[in-house]
Write a protein that binds this ligand. Structure first.
Ligand code: ATP
Length: 248
């Protein structure tokens, strides 16, 4: 198994709040990981660090055995790591095709990027990706006119075009109804398996985490609470993970 992510004693403190405390773990290429834990456990902090949006106060993050800070070149980083969020990060006013082609921006120079706002460049990438997520007819529709589930599929199409080795998903289905949430998770996992991508997805739903992911990493109060194959996680594990602190 090839290690793709290594976290070594990562800590992050906001003012006086410890968001992550000396967290260490490794992830192998192709793993599908559900990141769970109560509100405030540190899930978003961890994903933002892996995405390079936040830096740890202490510790080291290795990607393919090299410090994350070495992936400063935008093109190289975009090929390595892509992120999808609950809010989709789409520009609602623009047609779907433009949002999908954002996945190509790191490949383009400034001229091609600007030109693409007028005449979409590399259109075939967007067409192919929208076909794969089941939205071929939405190419020129205004993105905000699509339903939440469809918009999340557009975000997946953008990821397909970017084609990163690691997908970080921060609450990717939190705003969707159960049927659409499952639909999006099924698609995310299917794409990741086909492309041999590694996924770390934070989820509030333990049910979805168990159903769609192979390994569950549970955080509580900024620490690793458990790290187990999804099939070994018991109801007792889950109960103690989400148990509220006793008040005296
Ligand atoms: N910018 C910030 N400034 C101060 N404290 C912060 C900041 N971001 C996060 N925190 C705190 O750090 C802790 C971890 O937050 P984080 O958002 O990583 O948790 P989470 O597990 O993603 O929670 P949720 O499931 O509610 O999204 C929380 O106590 C939070 O209040």
């Amino acid at each position: 198994m090839q290690e793709i992510i290594g976290l070594h004693q990562i800590s992050k403190v906001y003012e006086r709040k410890i968001a992550l405390s000396s967290l260490s773990l490794t992830v192998n290429k192709g793993e599908l990981i559900g990141l769970i834990g109560p509100s405030g456990a540190g899930k978003t902090t961890l994903l933002n660090m892996l995405a390079g949006i936040l830096s740890p106060d202490q510790g080291q993050i290795l990607i393919d055995g090299r410090p994350l800070s070495e992936f400063r070149d935008q093109k190289k980083r975009a090929k390595k790591i892509g992120i999808i969020r609950q809010q989709f990060d789409l520009v609602g006013e623009l047609p779907v095709i433009h949002n999908v082609l954002v996945g190509r921006l790191s490949e383009w120079g400034i001229f091609k990027s600007l030109l693409s706002m007028l005449i979409p460049q590399d259109k075939e990438y967007a067409i192919q990706a929208l076909n794969r997520v089941g939205l071929p007819e939405k190419l020129y529709e205004k993105t905000s006119s699509l339903s939440g589930g469809e918009q999340q599929r557009v975000a997946l199409a953008r990821l397909l075009v970017q084609s990163p080795e690691i997908i970080l998903a921060d609450e990717p289905v939190a705003s969707l109804d159960p049927a659409r949430a499952e639909d999006v998770l099924e698609l995310l996992v299917k794409i990741a398996l086909e492309e041999n991508q590694t996924v770390i997805a934070s989820l509030h739903s333990v049910e979805y985490a168990r159903k769609y992911f192979d390994r569950l990493i549970a955080l509580k109060d900024g620490e690793l609470f458990f790290d187990l194959p999804a099939s070994s996680v018991t109801d007792e594990h889950i109960k103690s993970l989400y148990r509220l602190k006793e008040t005296s």
